[in-house]
Design a protein around this ligand. Structure first.
Ligand SMILES: [Zn+2]
Length: 269
């Protein structure tokens, strides 16, 4: 037995549907192969994963299937665990961000990250206009709104990302935005959120990425394409991003501020 210890994880699947071959081939089979390789060499490995239960994707599916979001995410979390087991992919822990056994721990750790960043002054509180669905009586973060991408012109771009060109979307700039809840045209209304000041990390990140051109310990140099893409993003200027959302489903914003009421952390925070 070597004394090397590894923690391996893969991107969390949303618990709003069954797994398909793309999930397995893209994220879990490569990780499983690597875990088996390390274990065969005698390394100590923990292989941890779970479902991404929070966020708008689950809320939309729950509404479509006519059941509560708790029920929906518990159901698909169970199906995913069974499917992985059936494929012989064995996690040491398969949890979920809102599953009863894990939600308290997940919230505590996520809120801890947020508080640490907040206390270091990495957030700025700002009131801006966001899209609001008058009929559903709620704001429309992320996938609750669709429209035409202002970068590539593709129809059906989501409020957080255009899947055609991959750009991060500012929902206020979407062309012909439509609420995915009621199919009505939303109107802009003011709301307050906490924005992470990514521009202040640009120089630090650039230096860190540049260092990846050289091998470090066991790690080979990073691939040129990955480095160039990442450095290109920094050169363009990193945007400030809202890390809170007007939703009730998710990790509550851990601030003693009346403006934080009824808000949760952005799932990609
Ligand atoms: Zn696009």
């Amino acid at each position: 037995m070597s004394n090397r210890r590894f923690l391996i994880t893969s991107a969390l699947p949303y618990s709003n549907g069954r797994l398909h071959v793309g999930h397995v081939a893209g994220a879990y089979l490569p990780a499983d192969t690597y875990v088996r390789y390390l274990r065969a060499k005698g390394d100590e490995v923990r292989f941890i994963c779970g479902s991404d239960d929070n966020g708008v994707a689950s809320l939309i599916s729950a509404r479509k299937e006519g059941r509560s979001v708790e029920e929906l995410t518990a159901f698909y979390n169970g199906r995913q665990a069974a499917d992985f087991a059936g494929l012989g992919i064995k996690f040491d822990i398969y949890g979920g961000t809102h599953q009863p056994k894990f939600v308290e721990l997940h919230n505590r750790i996520s809120q801890g990250f947020f508080r640490t960043a907040y206390d270091k002054g990495y957030f700025v509180k700002k009131t801006t206009k966001q899209l609001y669905d008058v009929q559903a009586n709620q704001f429309l973060p992320d996938r609750y709104v669709k429209g035409k991408c202002y970068e590539c012109g593709a129809e059906g771009a989501y409020g957080d990302q255009c899947e055609a060109c991959g750009v991060s979307i500012d929902p206020m700039k979407l062309i012909n935005p439509i609420s995915t809840i009621t199919n009505t045209k939303p109107e802009p209304r003011e709301t307050t959120h906490w924005y992470m000041q990514l521009p202040q990390f640009g120089e630090k990140l650039r230096a860190w990425l540049e260092a990846k051109r050289q091998p470090q310990g066991d790690c080979p140099p990073w691939r040129e394409t990955v480095l160039n893409f990442s450095l290109g993003q920094i050169k363009q200027g990193l945007p400030e991003r809202a890390m809170t959302r007007d939703l009730h489903w998710g990790v509550p914003v851990p601030l003693d501020d009346p403006d934080a009421a009824g808000k949760v952390l952005y799932v990609w925070f």
